[in-house]
Design a protein around this ligand. Structure first.
Ligand SMILES: NC(=O)c1ccc[n+]([C@@H]2O[C@H](COP(=O)([O-])OP(=O)(O)OC[C@H]3O[C@@H](n4cnc5c(N)ncnc54)[C@H](OP(=O)(O)O)[C@@H]3O)[C@@H](O)[C@H]2O)c1
Length: 352
């Protein structure tokens, strides 16, 4: 497969600086690495937060984007898991050679999965970051940046282990929330209670939620509705994919003693009952951080099967027009809460 030496990439020029399309060298894969032609890249809220607030990335000009679906075009030494021509998905890194808002990127071969035939590149690009947040948050170790340490469904006895136990998910229509619902279903949880806008009720119930609650209700009403549904069964896990002060507090309050509240942002629970045994974990959906490397590698060996079987369905996707040039405007829509129940994806190869 012929690979050019130059490509187009979307850069943030300097910390909090503007987005700009520029030419960049195509990186070369090292040992255990592969070069991937990026066919679709997912847009995540963290990308616009890095550009707007100047967090998480220190070297500029910087290429962002970490959701990737594409084709292996070159392999480094000691790569046995995939070959040139394979369609794969993976989570990139905030390093210019490993980010995904570019036409070619490099990935570690232990942290990629083949894309099954039932998924398009666009659908596959909705998976890596958001499904990792869901999986690591539920099944990661109970440590900072880990998760609730539930038994993963791919472990012996894990599938259906939590039958008849309630779980509460704040933000069921979000990209992360949709994956949490689906994993909770495979884990056996029931009822699966989630907060959504009513226009997303059908979406979340199709994924496995049993009780959608209108997210615009006052926190006290959301709390009492959850209590009515759970009917005194203990809530051992709640997952907050939204993380407003109100959702965090409600998530904490409805937990059973010794239960775990998983957050996708920093812990902002104001009122805690320190003697209760409740745990609050801010998860980190990075397969590259030490905390999650082990579960990440394990997860990537099961990912193709989870997607192929339909146990986990990708998000509904919307293609961003204009290739990488369309990304800044798409992020404005996300910032202004104008994207509901779907993942925006860009096709870097369409960049003029
Ligand atoms: N910790 C990590 O490593 C990690 C990883 C991934 C994401 N995140 C964070 O997780 C959050 C979600 O990410 P995402 O990609 O899933 O976002 P997203 O899909 O862009 O979220 C948009 C959705 O959130 C819903 N929503 C907004 N406010 C809500 C509320 N108060 N109650 C219920 N639903 C609400 C919206 O519902 P409507 O349809 O009603 O508008 C919309 O469908 C972001 O803050 C992101 O930065 C963290």
């Amino acid at each position: 497969m012929s690979v050019p030496s130059l490509q187009k990439a979307l850069f943030v020029q300097e910390r909090r600086g503007p987005w700009q399309i520029s030419s960049a060298a195509v990186p070369s894969p090292g040992p255990k690495e592969v070069l991937i032609r990026v066919e679709a890249a997912g847009l995540n809220p963290v990308d616009w937060k890095i550009q707007k607030y100047g967090v998480a990335v220190d070297e500029y000009p910087a290429i962002l984007g970490t959701d990737c679906a594409g084709v292996v075009v070159e392999i480094g030494e000691d790569v046995t898991r995939v070959k040139v021509g394979d369609s794969v998905l993976h989570q990139g890194q905030y390093l210019n050679r490993g980010a995904t808002f570019q036409q070619y990127t490099v990935a570690h071969s232990d942290l990629i999965a083949k894309i099954p035939h039932n998924l398009s590149f666009d659908q596959a690009a909705s998976v890596p970051v958001a499904l990792s947040a869901a999986a690591f948050g539920l099944y990661g170790p109970k440590v900072n940046q880990g998760g609730a340490a539930l038994t993963a469904p791919w472990k012996k006895g894990g599938r259906g282990q939590y039958v008849d136990q309630p779980i509460v998910i704040f933000g069921g229509a979000s990209s992360v929330g949709q994956y949490v619902i689906q994993l909770a279903k495979i884990s056996g949880f029931s009822p699966i209670i989630t907060t959504v806008s009513p226009h997303s009720n059908d979406l979340v119930t199709s994924l496995g939620a049993t009780h959608p609650i209108d997210r615009s209700l006052p926190p006290s009403s959301i709390h009492s509705t959850i209590t009515t549904i759970t009917a005194q069964r203990p809530v051992i896990a709640a997952f907050d994919a939204v993380c407003t002060p109100e959702t965090q507090q409600t998530g904490y309050d409805i937990l059973a003693p010794c239960g775990t509240l998983v957050l996708v942002l920093h812990d902002g629970v104001k009122s805690k009952d320190e003697g209760s045994g409740k745990t609050v974990i801010s998860t980190l959906a990075s397969v590259h951080c030490d905390t999650n490397r082990e579960i990440g590698e394990e997860f990537y060996t099961h990912l193709e099967g989870l997607l192929e079987s339909g146990d986990v369905k990708p998000n509904q996707v919307e293609k961003v027009e204009g290739g990488l040039r369309g990304v800044p405007e798409a992020f404005e829509r996300m910032k202004n809460n104008l994207v509901s129940g779907r993942k925006l994806v860009v096709r870097p190869q369409e960049t003029a």
